[in-house]
Design a protein around this ligand. Structure first.
Ligand SMILES: Nc1ncnc2c1ncn2[C@@H]1O[C@H](COP(=O)(O)OP(=O)(O)OP(=O)(O)O)[C@@H](O)[C@H]1O
Length: 305
């Protein structure tokens, strides 16, 4: 009597172990993606996961040279990532060591404040800076990240939560970072002391380089806005596509920012959605892989017989 692969307990056991193994790898990958939660880092981790999958597939398919090359690439990427994300790794290992597993999942979610509250913080800060005649320049990205080459000097990276106190502090004349612009990216203060390209156009004789810088960057990069507070007059302006809208009251600024500045709801929810879709993709691809393995094994055992 013929015995199919499903009747072979050894085969079943190895299939089960492989399935559990693959399932656990996907679970760990998903966990890492949820913990990280930061979009830029996510792409890097996804790239790394794809490399690992490619290595596993090339191993499984017995493509020895390719698997050696991919293995070296995975090792190199792991070392590079450990260097680039050393503080995150240290924090992750410390929390894991302290058994704070639940906090690991909470951290990514609380890091991104609501864009509405970010607008409030910016407007509040601008209002006070204007009242105190403290000059300020704030670039707000409304689309994909601005290429650093579009800045004359990219400034000092901060990656801090937006708060009116921090924004006001950054523009105090006696502080090191007050010269230049503050960059707001994905609801966070990404950098300060950013020097922008100047516009060739002259808006008005009363306006100096701060305003020309706001016009310059918004001329060059369509998907950004620039808020300017004049040191001389305290007036508030909003630059968009090279045009200055001024003078504005703080409530008008709020209205304009709410209407156009921040990425839409879809964009804001991009991280959880992409994790969800990644989960679905991982699920469907994993299932396709498992069923392919199953089909290949059963046809191989049929051929043997
Ligand atoms: N290209 C630039 N990029 C970023 N910040 C700039 C740039 N040029 C000037 N600034 C900022 O603007 C500040 C004031 O420059 P300046 O007095 O020429 O501008 P302004 O438009 O006359 O200012 P205000 O209207 O506020 O009096 C500088 O100290 C610097 O912080």
């Amino acid at each position: 009597m013929k015995s199919g692969p499903s009747n072979d307990p050894g085969w079943m056991q190895s299939w089960l172990i492989h399935s559990i193994d693959i399932g656990l790898v996907f679970a760990v990958a998903y966990m890492v993606l949820v913990i990280i939660g930061e979009r830029r880092t996510l792409w890097m981790v996804r790239g790394f996961i794809i490399l690992m999958l490619a290595t596993a597939i090339s191993n499984w398919a017995n493509l020895r040279l390719l698997s050696i090359a991919l293995n070296s690439l995975v090792t190199g990427s792991a070392v590079a990532m450990a260097v680039m994300l050393q503080s995150e790794f240290r924090q992750f290992l410390e929390q894991l060591g302290r058994g704070e597993v639940l906090q690991l999942f909470g951290r990514g979610r609380k890091a991104i404040p609501e864009p509405d509250s970010v607008i409030d913080q910016i407007v509040e800060a601008v209002k006070e800076l204007s009242q105190n005649r403290t000059g300020a320049l704030i670039i707000i990205e409304t689309g994909s990240p601005i290429d650093e080459r579009d800045f004359s000097v990219p400034g000092v990276k901060l990656n801090a939560e937006v708060s009116k106190e921090l924004l006001q502090t950054l523009f105090q004349p006696k502080t090191l970072l007050h010269d230049g612009a503050v960059l707001i990216r994905a609801s966070r203060i990404a950098a300060a002391g950013v020097i922008l390209p100047l516009s060739e156009r002259m808006a008005s004789r009363q306006l100096g380089t701060r305003h020309r810088a706001a016009m310059g960057i918004t001329e060059r990069v369509a998907k950004c806005l620039c808020v300017v507070v004049s040191e001389e007059t305290g007036s508030i302006s909003l630059a968009e596509k090279g045009v200055l809208n001024r003078p504005l009251t703080s409530s008008k600024l709020k209205e304009l920012l709410e209407a156009r500045s921040f990425p839409s709801g879809d964009e804001r929810k991009a991280t959880p959605i992409s994790i969800g879709s990644l989960k679905r993709q991982i699920g469907s691809k994993g299932w396709a892989l498992i069923s392919r393995v199953f089909r290949l094994r059963s046809s191989a055992s049929r051929e043997k017989k």
